[in-house]
Design a protein around this ligand. Structure first.
Ligand code: XMP
Length: 476
């Protein structure tokens, strides 16, 4: 039997090539996530319960990537997380919070507090705009039973704009009139939406943000292949989820193929990421079933023990290179998932044929990851755990979400760990992107597509690996 050699990121380096790139800013990091979805940066936060819920997904999408909400919760809770991301920002808020004119000040204050907003729109029973109630209107009012009709700034006195106005025009009105909220009305005076200064500022603050056609942040969500998977998929798509990820450790199976087919048949236009796989055959089978992107990686994750427990897996660089042979032929993007330790690994995986990378470890431990900070010996950490470890399996069982697990018979393929607290996602992402941009310029590549064409890998020895990081010095 012929046994092939398998390589991982640390086994290779990118051979420097002629480059006419003067500044890192000339490097374009945009890339395909799926056949139809494009991102400005090639980073995805992993669908793990210690990595991606709404806060992480919002933070990563604002930077230009995307977060995949994990599936280890009830359908209802997962939908709530998706909605939080979709409501985080928009060009125009289509369903702003409203009250009827006869509602009391008490009700208005309660709604403002519950929804975390400082203004409400007042509409009549037919949906016609009557006025706006802002924090300033009620600041000094003491009688909670007063109807908002008496307190609001009436339509005649308030600033509003016609349906169809563009963002620049809206910005001008907000600036000239010195207001923060601009209700949008149609010709009949019916409320159609709301544009806020806060949303406009966010657009300027995060120019690379991943957005849908309505200016809302992109978000993905994971599903399984058993039980309520299709029901879960339907609820997630209804909530506005932009892409579904079939989250299975061994993705080269009938169950995954059937799930892809069922999703594509039932939900027209749905984008499906399928995985995880590590071979060209698996990539082809999932592409033929209809997958819109393939997630590559078996056993390479930092919290994985799959290769130890089962003996199965393929070193990640070889897995990406093999899968890329087929993916390229069909023009389907690859996601390199697991084992990314440093920014250089991102450059290597994209050069090997991936279009994006999925990060667990590097984003776990940030402020935006789920869970609280743990103090140990004076240092800050957060918990990071494998999806196939005891912790996630136990919480899944407690929630009774359909995946039947007998814990006593359960063989974990993931571990529970502590990772250093890393601050905010944007700081981590900035460092990773700096490394990637510089790495691309070493290959003379202005785009990720060009990187794939120009790349030349060199295989290195143990001595070469040792030489590749700092050595023979004492760190300060
Ligand atoms: P990193 O290296 O970024 O890897 O921490 C994250 C990826 O690891 C995979 N994953 C697992 N693999 N057992 C495994 O064998 C597990 O318990 C487990 N949990 C997550 C997953 O692909 C993730 O994106």
């Amino acid at each position: 039997m012929e046994i092939k050699e398998g390589l991982s990121y640390d086994d290779v380096l990118l051979v420097p090539k002629f480059s006419d790139i003067i500044s890192r800013r000339q490097v374009d990091t945009s890339t395909q996530l799926t056949k139809t979805l494009r991102l400005n940066i090639p980073l995805i936060s992993a669908n793990m319960d210690s990595v991606t819920e709404a806060n992480m997904a919002i933070a990563v999408a604002r930077q230009g990537g995307i977060g995949i909400i994990h599936r280890f919760m009830t359908i209802e809770d997962q939908v709530k997380e998706v909605l939080k991301v979709k409501r985080a920002e928009a060009i125009i808020i289509e369903r702003p919070y409203t009250l009827p004119p006869e509602a009391s000040l008490r009700e208005a204050r309660k709604m403002m507090e519950e929804k975390g907003v400082n203004g409400l729109l007042i509409i009549d029973e037919f949906g016609r705009y009557m006025g706006i109630l802002t924090h300033r209107d009620i600041m000094f009012e003491e009688d909670p039973s007063l109807p908002v009709r008496q307190l609001m700034t009436s339509k005649e006195k308030s600033i509003f704009a016609p349906w169809g106005i563009n963002l620049e025009q809206a910005k001008q009105i907000l600036r000239e009139k010195k207001v923060e909220k601009l209700p949008i009305l149609d010709e009949g005076g019916y409320l159609k939406g709301l544009i806020t200064l806060k949303d406009i500022k966010r657009k300027e603050q995060y120019p690379l943000a991943s957005q849908d056609s309505k200016g809302r942040l992109l978000v993905g969500a994971a599903i399984g292949v058993r039980g309520d998977s299709l029901e879960r998929a339907e609820a997630l798509l209804q909530a506005g989820c932009d892409v579904l990820v079939i989250d299975i450790a061994h993705g080269h199976s009938d169950a995954v193929i059937e799930t892809i087919k069922a999703l594509k048949e039932r939900f027209v236009g749905v984008q499906v990421i399928a995985g995880n796989v590590a071979t060209a055959e698996a990539t082809k089978d999932l592409i033929m079933a209809g997958a819109d992107a393939i997630k590559v990686g078996v056993g390479g994750g930092s919290i994985c023990v799959t290769r130890v427990v089962t003996g199965a897996g393929v070193p990640q660089l070889t897995a990406v290179l093999e899968c890329a042979k087929v993916a390229k032929e069909f023009n389907v993007p690859l996601i390199a998932d697991g084992g990314i330790k440093v920014s250089g690994d991102i450059t290597k995986s994209l050069a090997a044929g991936a279009s994006t990378v999925m990060l667990g470890n590097l984003l776990a431990g940030t402020e935006e990851s789920p869970g609280t900070v743990v103090l140990r010996e004076g240092k800050k950490y957060k918990i990071y755990r494998g999806s196939a470890g005891y912790g996630t399996a136990l919480s899944r069982k407690q929630q009774k979400i359909g995946d039947q697990i007998n814990i006593t018979e359960y063989t974990p393929e993931g571990v529970e760990s502590l990772v250093p607290y890393k601050g905010h996602v944007n700081e981590v992402v900035n460092q990773l992107l700096g490394g990637l941009r510089s790495g691309m310029s070493y290959s003379g590549a202005r785009t990720i597509e060009e990187l794939k064409e120009k790349v030349k890998f060199v295989k290195i020895s143990g001595a070469g690996f040792k030489e590749s990081s700092y050595h023979d010095v004492k760190l300060l």
